[in-house]
Design a protein around this ligand. Structure first.
Ligand code: ARG
Length: 463
């Protein structure tokens, strides 16, 4: 048990207490951020004359050695230390001796952990953004390929009106675009440096907090030292943004699961993204889509957990806040994994154009267009609705689609029908007549795809 704070204690910590309290098991993943923050801190301390340049150089060299050794595996982060901060400081002192004890001048683990978590989260926000961007690129490619792939659009999961697959995918393009914009809002708002807040009340050393902030690529130093060590809003915002992302992925997964069934057969998942059954030889299951849908609950859970953890905390730091880490790490890992797998899954699935188009035809999705046809010939809409409703009933009896009725049958329902009804209700006409902005018609879709193209071009993440 290696601790930083033995001085005022007369007894060893109980082993169970020590284990319960320790965070090294999970906060070790922030070793690089902890070291980066320490390097910035001592660089600032030397600039302010709190440390000499020689002391700074020795400490920085020691810290860089620790980083290199952890990275190469030569130095293991073990549970003999309470947390990652103790691990780095203790190892520094082991390596460079007395001068290492000056690292923690004008700093507390409270502002240190606030910094580490922000540095870690900021990188993860960037990675999440890249993954959503890759997903958008795949959706964009599919949209370009399926501008003319007619499918039924649904309401209440009942066939409603004909659309195209590109149009359906375009809805998800908008959702994931908004997800990226939420990530960039979070990044902008969180990008303030808490270091220098000390335990809660700042320090008596002449720290240059703006300088530290600049070294660590923050926009500025945080404004209030109490808030600096007790704010976890940005994690809650991120969990909320990830929950929304997962909700989008989950809805999309649900559709893929439905489309991949033997009943729909709109898509077929690639063998590489499906799994078999141990007993039923015919099965090819959409496990990845189901897992994405299932894991959504986990990310929502993390959001609710952290909100609940924070709700009763008096200012400033409380140990409860250590609970933020496992929740956020797990939610980030989960969301990143789901984004990557989902992108691979839809990028490799087969889209069955004819099945989609036949389904649109078979489901009377052109019934509104048949009624609109009558309206253009002077029949009031309500009457047209009734006439076409009766024709649909006839089709159901005959087990055929509106396109299959003879002109005679049409004219029995209304004398207004003429031979041009067939063209008016063809799937192609039904889709392409819908030309308002955001509609599935080819020209409208081409405009949307061009806009998406420009968006992808102008918002490329830096790799
Ligand atoms: N492991 C702690 C956390 O994650 C680090 C901060 C500890 N600060 C303290 N005063 N005990 O929150």
């Amino acid at each position: 048990m290696a601790q930083l704070w033995g001085g005022r204690f007369t007894k060893e910590t109980d082993r169970l207490v020590y284990n319960f309290n320790a965070s090294i098991g999970f906060d070790k993943r922030m070793y690089a951020q902890d070291i980066k923050g320490s390097v910035a801190h001592v660089t600032m301390l030397a600039k302010q004359g709190v440390l000499t340049e020689a002391e700074r150089d020795e400490i920085v060299k020691g810290l860089q050695g620790i980083l290199a050794d952890v990275e190469s595996g030569a130095l293991a982060v073990t549970s003999e230390y309470e947390d990652i901060h103790s691990f780095v400081e203790a190892n520094l002192i082991d390596r460079i001796g007395e001068v290492g004890k000056k690292l923690h001048t004008g700093r507390s683990r409270n502002d240190q952990v606030a910094l580490d978590m922000k540095l870690y989260t900021r990188d993860q926000v960037d990675e999440l953004d890249r993954l959503v961007y890759d997903l958008l690129k795949t959706i964009h490619r599919l949209m370009r390929e399926h501008k003319e792939t007619v499918m039924p659009g649904f309401t209440h999961l009942q066939k409603a009106q004909p659309i195209t697959f590109a149009h359906h995918l375009g809805a998800y393009f908008e959702m994931f675009k908004r997800d990226r914009s939420r990530l960039s809002d979070i990044r902008r708002r969180m990008n303030e440096c808490p270091l220098g807040a000390g335990a809660l009340a700042g320090t008596t050393y002449p720290l240059d907090r703006e300088y530290t902030a600049k070294l660590l690529e923050f926009d500025r130093a945080t404004a209030n030292s109490i808030d600096s060590v007790s704010d976890r809003d940005y994690l809650i915002e991120l969990l909320s943004a990830m929950s929304t992302m997962m909700m989008h992925l989950s809805r999309f997964s649900e559709e893929i699961i439905i489309w991949n069934t033997n009943e729909y057969r709109f898509v077929e998942l690639d063998d590489a993204y499906s799994t078999g059954s141990s007993i039923m030889p015919q099965k090819k299951n959409p496990d990845i889509a189901e897992l994405v849908r299932g894991k959504t609950g986990r990310v929502y859970g993390a959001l609710l957990s952290l909100l609940t953890t924070m709700k009763g905390l008096p200012l400033a730091y409380n140990k409860d806040m250590q609970e933020d880490k496992e929740l956020v790490y797990d939610a980030i890992d989960t969301t990143k994994g789901c984004l990557a797998l989902f992108t691979g899954m839809i990028g490799t699935m087969t889209v069955r154009k004819e099945v989609m188009e036949n389904s649109a035809k078979g489901g009377f999705t052109n019934a509104t267009d048949a009624a609109d046809y009558l309206v253009t010939k002077g029949v009031p809409f309500r009457d047209a609705h009734g006439i076409v409703g009766a024709l649909v009933l006839k089709c159901i009896e005959k087990n055929c689609s509106l396109d299959d009725l003879t002109l005679e049958e049409y004219r029995q329902a209304s004398q207004v029908f003429e031979a041009d009804i067939y063209d008016a209700i063809s799937m192609e006409t039904c889709v392409n007549k819908r030309l308002t902005k955001g509609a599935p018609g080819k020209a409208a879709m081409e405009a949307a795809i061009r806009e998406n193209e420009a968006y992808l071009e102008s918002t490329k993440p830096e790799k």
